[in-house]
Ligand binder design. Structure first.
Ligand SMILES: Nc1ncnc2c1ncn2[C@@H]1O[C@H](COP(=O)(O)OP(=O)(O)OP(=O)(O)O)[C@@H](O)[C@H]1O
Ligand SMILES: [Mg+2]
Length: 256
């Protein structure tokens, strides 16, 4: 397997009031293999979004670099689809127009755009709202629209920042299974941030645990459960052992 995304000694400091600098991310080294699904967990403020935004090319590291396919990231690119922690939709476009946006940029013809967009809008359960504007949708619906938009352009890499956080439990489980199904079919590389320890274990082949002050890598916990993952696995002893291990590493990092 080859490395798809490589964090190489990535540091990020933010200046507070122009004086003290704050280490949001310190010395992050992490290789994500081509076709791998990793989840990232850690306490609030440990630099998860910062790390992802650097890989997305949206913020520059203070030092170090992120390589994607061995090339240093200098900005966003179409091979990296991003789903933000706060749903970022174009407010003046309808659900369908939002989902079609990236397809338009990629040069797809009108009928093709419509077909692809409607497929993914259906996948996230928004067919009845295709012509609605974002302001008329609930938080969870906006997030599902953002998910459809990212999936539609079929990027090789998905960078997902707590994408299912605003969803009800049932929709969340459905979208987890859909994401795993497309992932295993298309072998995308996924970096998925979550606060939900169950979700982290259910989806990932490795769980990356980060720690705060300074934001850094704490542990990597391999998840040796076979794919496809099933609902029964969630109830298995292996699953609960892993869940407890991740939980301890996040909330009692000194002990684990
Ligand atoms: N633009 C910024 N300016 C100053 N400080 C920032 C900025 N962005 C992030 N930070 C700080 O960097 C640290 C890491 O932030 P980040 O958003 O990466 O955390 P996170 O792990 O994603 O947290 P959460 O789980 O709450 O989303 C935080 O302490 C935050 O206050
Ligand atoms: Mg965050």
């Amino acid at each position: 397997m080859s490395t798809k995304i490589s964090f190489q000694n990535v540091n990020k400091t933010f200046d507070i009031a122009g004086q003290t600098s704050f280490a949001a991310l310190k010395g992050l080294n992490l290789d994500i293999e081509d076709g791998e699904f990793i989840t990232v967990v850690g306490p609030s403020g440990c630099g998860k979004s910062t790390a992802m935004n650097i890989a997305a090319g949206l913020i520059a590291p203070s030092s170090g670099q992120v390589l994607v396919d061995n090339v240093s990231v200098k900005g966003p690119g179409p091979e990296r689809g991003v789903i933000f922690q706060q749903y970022a939709l174009f407010p003046w476009l309808t659900v369908r127009q939002n989902v079609e946006f990236g397809l338009k940029v990629a040069g797809h013809a009108k009928a093709e755009r419509r077909r692809i967009a409607d497929h993914f809008i259906g996948l996230v359960g928004l067919s009845d709202f295709a012509d609605s504007l974002p302001k008329t949708l609930s938080g969870g619906m906006k997030q599902r629209c953002a998910i459809a938009r990212a999936y539609a352009v079929n990027p090789k890499i998905l960078l997902m920042d707590e994408p299912f956080g605003a969803l009800d439990a049932l929709t969340r489980v459905q979208l987890q299974d859909q994401l795993l199904a497309t992932w295993s079919k298309e072998r995308r590389t996924v970096m998925f941030i979550t606060h939900d320890v169950d979700e982290a274990v259910y989806l990932a082949s490795r769980v990356v645990v980060m720690a705060a002050r300074p934001g850094r890598l704490h542990r990597i916990i391999p998840v040796d459960l076979p794919y496809p993952r099933t609902e029964e696995m969630r109830l298995s002893r292996e699953f609960s052992t892993l869940r407890n291990e991740v939980w301890r590493s996040v909330y009692h990092p000194a002990a684990a």
